[in-house]
Design a protein around this ligand. Structure first.
Ligand code: ADP
Ligand code: MG
Ligand code: ZN
Length: 625
């Protein structure tokens, strides 16, 4: 990268313009000062005493006195003019004698004029001064910005402006509790130091993107009512070497000056990656920055009440030195919200939105497993936009449902028209997934079957878990593989083995991946036993590049064999189910072509009508207790 050369201030067009204006103003000032010297040429120039004596002789008709001159006219029409000296007063001139026929007009605002004159002649100078200061400032500014890279760009959030508190964070009860200590410490540091208790200097918030880490950090500052310096990890990394480190120094200096305070380094993984990996071009700059952070954290005096918070969604890539005791030793996990929390977030974010009365928030929260706070915010926003488009007064369940589908499955593409052959094949394909999923106890319940195109998919079968599951069983993997194969098998059964299509390519990829993970990551096959042969330590490099494979060719063969076996077994199960319910599939397909979409209830009804016995869903079972 080319280093930026510091800019030398140049006289731009606007500056030249300013100089011309200043010149003109100076000239104008000069004229106004000189102009009174020019006078009435008809009048005879005389001395003041001459006019005064004419006045005394009662020979004058008019006398007009102004600041600088006296003009008089006598009975014969002669005009006289005299220049007043700067000292004489009107009283001294003695034009007031009563009974004199002359018409005397006096207009002496010499004092006013004098002041005005002084000011008007000052204006250009003031103007020049302003321009000069302006130009100087600019030059200085340019020079400064060349040398101020080292200053931190941290934004200080004013106590007054930052009104985020824990109330704004819905759910996340445990995280709030953990952070409550930090708040308490910032509020009463003495209480802790008296007891000899050391409060962690560093608090690392980690969890998936959009779960509210930044929001929580802000809330801590708001609760404690202290200054909050926020900087993003990537802002440390600049093109100049050494800049990051000096920015860190500057940031810590500022924060210490306004202690108690909080420094928040958002997305710290941008600088805090493990050093010495040589990846990413062995960024020397990043290492220096990281070292500086470590040094600063160690350099704090015991009673400095500055707390450093950081957030990341990749704690696994952080340098271990950052995580050791005394640094970011307090770690707060912020996970995706569970059903209850999703409901709370929904309520929190719909406060400023008119939601139709009677909309069941709980049922919506159920429909969006895995959604983060940010997703939910987005979902409500989409619904609001949709409501506006429909000229509604409020947001109804219909808009919400549509937005959920849009966010989870992709936007509908009604325009991409399939021909009737493709449409029918897609219907069989999707029903294949749905049927197999419905008949296997470990698959999630079918929530929707649709042959309306969405994104790249020609149709969708939407499975929705009834609860948030953290552990996956081997049997669930196997059942899922079967239902993934359901699409391809349906094509095969209804159209013949030679007419299968590319529509299943993604299904097969996913099925193979699940099978492969079972073998290599989860130790779920007998051939390899409990041996895990692939680890994902370096996930940040992209899965494949970073995956460390620790096996030889022979093991590779065994793995392939095992994956193949899993897929074959699942295929057999899938085929059996579809062949058994061929008639039901035909019936459902005919209806789906007309309706285009089956809801959960529509779909389940076919099985009730056909008196097909459905196994109890394991997920549903678990949700009961
Ligand atoms: P992260 O930093 O974890 O990626 P953010 O804190 O930036 O996520 O959150 C993004 C947005 O999602 C926030 O602005 C907020 O509106 C919303 N959000 C996330 N979690 C919550 C929550 N628990 N309660 C309320 N809003 C949330
Ligand atoms: Mg964030
Ligand atoms: Zn499919």
């Amino acid at each position: 990268m080319k280093p930026k050369t510091p800019q030398v201030p140049k006289l731009g067009k606007s500056n030249k313009f300013i100089i011309v204006i200043v010149g003109l103003l100076l000239l104008a000032g000069l004229f106004t000062i000189l102009s009174p010297l020019a006078g009435d040429d008809k009048a005879e120039s005389v001395s003041i005493t001459k006019i005064v004596s004419l006045f005394d002789e009662q020979k004058l008709v008019t006398v007009s006195v102004d600041d600088l001159t006296i003009v008089a006219e006598d009975t014969e029409g002669n005009k006289y003019k005299a220049t007043r000296s700067s000292t004489d007063s009107i009283a001294e001139l003695g034009f007031y004698k009563t009974g004199n026929p002359a018409n005397v007009t006096i207009e002496d605002n010499r004092m006013n004029k004098l002041i005005a004159g002084i000011f008007s002649s000052l204006i250009p100078f003031a103007f020049i001064l302003i321009v000069l200061v302006f130009i100087l400032k600019q030059a200085q500014g340019n020079a400064n910005s060349a040398f101020s890279f080292g200053q931190s760009k941290a934004k200080l959030n004013d106590k007054e402006k930052n009104k985020t508190t824990f109330k704004d964070v819905a759910g996340a009860a445990e995280a709030k509790e953990d952070l409550g200590d930090v708040v308490d410490f910032l509020k009463n540091p003495k209480k802790y130091s008296k007891m000899g208790a050391k409060i962690p200097k560093g608090v690392l918030l980690y969890g998936p993107p959009g779960t509210g880490k930044t929001l929580l950090a802000r809330a801590v500052a708001g609760e404690a009512n202290v200054p909050f310096y926020t900087i993003s990890g990537s802002e440390f990394v600049e093109m100049f070497v050494g800049v990051g480190a000096s920015r860190v120094r500057d940031l810590f200096k500022k924060a210490k000056r306004s202690a108690p305070s909080i420094i928040f380094i958002d997305e710290i993984d941008a600088v805090g990656r493990q050093r010495g990996t040589g990846m990413g071009g062995g960024h020397d700059e990043r290492e220096q920055t990281l070292n500086q952070i470590l040094t600063e954290m160690d350099g704090f005096e015991v009673d400095t009440s500055v707390i450093i918070m950081a957030s990341t969604n990749r704690p696994d890539v952080l340098d271990p030195a950052l995580l050791r005791p005394g640094r970011f030793d307090r770690r707060v996990v912020i996970d995706r919200p569970n059903m209850q929390e999703r409901e709370e977030i929904l309520v929190a974010h719909s406060k400023n939105k008119p939601i139709e009365k009677g909309v069941d928030v709980t049922s919506i929260a159920k429909k969006i497993p895995g959604f983060t706070g940010a997703d939910i915010e987005n979902l409500l926003n989409e619904s609001a936009i949709l409501a506006v488009k429909r000229n509604r007064k409020d947001i109804s369940l219909a808009e919400m449902n549509e937005s959920i589908e849009k966010v989870s499955l992709g936007p509908q593409r009604k325009s991409s028209r399939l021909n009737s052959y493709e449409k029918k094949l897609t219907a069989y394909h999707e029903l294949g997934h749905a049927l197999v999923g419905h008949m296997l106890p470990h698959c999630d319940p079918v929530h929707k079957v649709s042959i309306i195109s969405r994104g790249m998919a020609l149709g969708v079968t939407w499975f929705l878990p009834t609860e948030d599951v953290k552990l996956q069983s081997k049997q669930k993997f196997l059942d899922d593989i079967s239902s993934l194969l359901g699409g391809r098998v349906a094509e095969e059964v209804f159209y013949g083995a030679d007419n299968i299509t590319t529509g299943a390519s993604n299904d097969l990829e996913r099925a193979s991946e699940v099978a492969r993970n079972m073998v290599t990551h989860f130790g779920m096959t007998s051939a390899l036993g409990h041996m895990v042969v692939e680890t994902r330590k370096n996930v940040f490099l992209g899965r494949d590049l970073g995956e460390s494979k620790v096996y030889g060719n022979e093991t590779a063969q065994v793995i392939d064999q095992e994956v193949r076996t899993i897929l074959d077994k699942a295929y057999a199960i899938t085929k059996e189910i579809i062949l058994k319910h061929k008639d039901l599939m035909d019936k459902m397909c005919a209806d789906l072509l007309i309706k285009e979409e089956f809801s959960e209830e529509d779909f389940a009804q076919y099985f009730v009508s056909a008196k097909v016995k459905i196994p109890v869903k394991i997920g549903v079972e678990r949700a009961k207790d």
